[in-house]
Design a protein around this ligand. Sequence first.
Ligand SMILES: *[C@@H]1O[C@H](CO)[C@@H](O)[C@H](O)[C@H]1NC(C)=O
Ligand SMILES: *[C@@H]1O[C@H](CO)[C@@H](O)[C@H](O)[C@H]1NC(C)=O
Ligand SMILES: *[C@@H]1O[C@H](CO)[C@@H](O)[C@H](O)[C@H]1NC(C)=O
Length: 405
Amino acid sequence: MRRANKGLALIRFAVYAVSSYAVFLSALVFFPEFQPHLIYINWLRVPWGVNWSNMDGGATEFGFLAGTVRTVKMTTPDNVTLGAWHILPSIKVPQSVRIAVQDEDEVSRDRRFTTELASATRVFLYFHGNAGNRATYHRTDFYKMLQKIGERSHVVAVDYRGFGDSDRHVPSERGVQIDAVTAFDWVTAQGVDASKIVLVGHSLGTGVATWLAHNLTVSRGIHGAGLLLLAAYASMPDAALGYPMMPLLWPFKHHPDIAEKAKSLVGEKWDSANNIKQTGNWPVLLLHGRGDYEILPWQSRALFRNAVSARYGRQTPELSKDLSEFDPTRGPDDVIVSVKPNANYQVRIYPRNEGWLYMSHPVKGDSGKVWYLDVLHAGHNSLGKFQIVDDVIQEWEASIGGVHR
Ligand SMILES: *[C@@H]1O[C@H](CO)[C@@H](O)[C@H](O)[C@H]1NC(C)=O
Ligand SMILES: *[C@@H]1O[C@H](CO)[C@@H](O)[C@H](O)[C@H]1NC(C)=O
Ligand SMILES: *[C@@H]1O[C@H](CO)[C@@H](O)[C@H](O)[C@H]1NC(C)=O
């Protein structure tokens, strides 16, 4: 009797679960305007309670030196106000200057930041992933890596509409695109040449950065310094299909026809796989952790292949992970450098397989180079912790004309 009850309860639960899932899924199909809430997750406002308007933009509490971070406001053409951080390069500041910062008023602070920005050798314009805001811990850690690269590297990290202290609109692909263009135009309006700007994207932000590089190339013929993509996806529908945080489309993963249909119902496209083909000669560096279960590494590999193929004008085959297909030679520091006959790229393998760096052969001078670093132990949010990531970004930065200390 009791067992029968238990069985019944289980069946009832299963029916509830399956029907709620079906109702939820149909709601997403019939009310696609609800999808952005699941994609951008801007309602998850962590860290909570940041005082964006204090003199340090709230940044000293994230470990930046006093007087090195300011909040700036930007207004988009459709009249949305965005909050952003402008972070100065990490350089040894004399104690006297640091003391002077104590009594600085807002006008002199802005003047100091603006003067320093105009003489930047590099500006990293950072587009963050979904959920949280520009102050989320792994993001602030990554800015600290970027501000130490090269001679005078500034970081500008912008919150899209609906995030942080930006106006609370519901984000959408078109809206976020406008935000990205606005942030880029803000930086150049400060007297920074586009050739000094590296667009950086993490996770959802890789679609934004790639779209922006594409947009600037196609619409305005602007060639920036580079495109740095961490944990990139091929397109939003591809990312949604495999996203374990929101495993809504998982049941369709293994049925190619249904999967295609399900993907076509995802309203936000962020089609990086296509956009990256038309990024002119922007140098690209893709970084992806092998332990990333939110966005699987095949998506960065696909972007690498598409970018290299477009720059060569011929198809690049699937990246090989089999050393025997290469012609390995042991280079300095125990690094293996391998060239696959007829491939458009070579591979550098770090000791203990810690990283595989795929590097396109130079084409059209050297400006169109495309690199992809596959990091053995990294996950979705932890790339910035790895020395190998720091080293490869430094090397790439030098190769795209960065000025070194
Ligand atoms: C935020 O910082 C500003 C400037 O320092 C200050 O006037 C304001 O009271 C702070 N707000 C909160 C909620 O602490
Ligand atoms: C822009 O938005 C602000 C409020 O956010 C409003 O006060 C202002 O009138 C708007 N300007 C235009 C031109 O619509
Ligand atoms: C680039 O962005 C601008 C501003 O949002 C837009 O008007 C233009 O259509 C875009 N071009 C392309 C090719 O997407």
